[in-house]
Design a binder for this molecule. Sequence first.
Ligand SMILES: C[S@@+](CC[C@H](N)C(=O)[O-])C[C@H]1O[C@@H](n2cnc3c(N)ncnc32)[C@H](O)[C@@H]1O
Length: 319
Amino acid sequence: MPPRSTPSDPSDPSNPSPAPTRKDGRDARAPGDGNRLYLGDNLDVMRSLPCESIDLIYADPPFFSGRSYGLNPSSEGSQPHFRDQWPQGLEGYLAWLVERLREMRRLLRPSGSLFLHLDWHAVHYAKVEMDRIFGYDHLQNEIVWSYHSGGGSRRRYGRKHDTLLWYTASREGYQFNTDEVRVPYDAAIASSRRRLFHRDGKVDGSVWEIPRPPNHSKEWTGYPTQKPEVLLERIIRAHSLPGQVVGDFFCGSGTTLVVSHRLGRQWVACDCSPIAVEVASARLRQSGEATAQGGLPATQFIVDEGPFPEDRLPVRPPD
Ligand SMILES: C[S@@+](CC[C@H](N)C(=O)[O-])C[C@H]1O[C@@H](n2cnc3c(N)ncnc32)[C@H](O)[C@@H]1O
């Protein structure tokens, strides 16, 4: 099936500006050659993309939670559109995940980073696999995203954090824009050491206190596993530059995509759920309107339902 028409498609009369096309008239496929939202299995999609073509990948896969999700929390269990259930158990889940993480590693540029977002269910097993794929010494941080809400229990401590593993393609020479993640120094530190301080504060630690998007906020789409824009903003600012390419192959409601656009990054994304692609498309159109009013051009993107031919380029496309 050819790419589906979206409001960013030139065939749509309401589209204010043309969708990106390659000058040679071929279908744009290389990341950075027009924003593209793929509907399909991300393994097929990633296999169709060239090596070393993405600067930053955020991966927020199913967590091995055993749950199935409906479009809003109260409908959980009814009409699930996203299942995190694994009849073949942990082994089956890990085999599924590892295949995809290997492809992500192949897609990363040498200065690139991958953030793998999981929680207590499987993050320790996934770390062992990531060490095998990237190298043990390519883990830069284990980040704790602490969110305070949910997870309460009388039988154990409340489960109120997720874990993000930050791996880099190279052990050194990776993108880390430290000025984007500075926070004030502790007031208690002796003033005699102040002359050593950076005027904009210290580089933040690995525990990030960021609330989940509240259900009544403008940001909330109703997508059950939606992540906060502030979390993605921090990752994208610190690990990519304007104009670079951000990838999200489990994009859900499109949080990474709207934030990437707002920050002037290009993006490539995928989800296998038609509902996710619908929610993300609507969100991108809305955010396009908001950013256009704020001075940025509207979001340009194509929804692509495949097929996804395996035409890997052995080397990355020119910058
Ligand atoms: C945890 S959610 C991502 C939420 C997202 N970060 C957000 O902010 O909305 C995981 C997503 O992965 C998608 N998914 C699961 N298996 C997939 C696969 N093989 N290919 C593509 N997407 C997949 C699910 O449909 C779901 O939307």
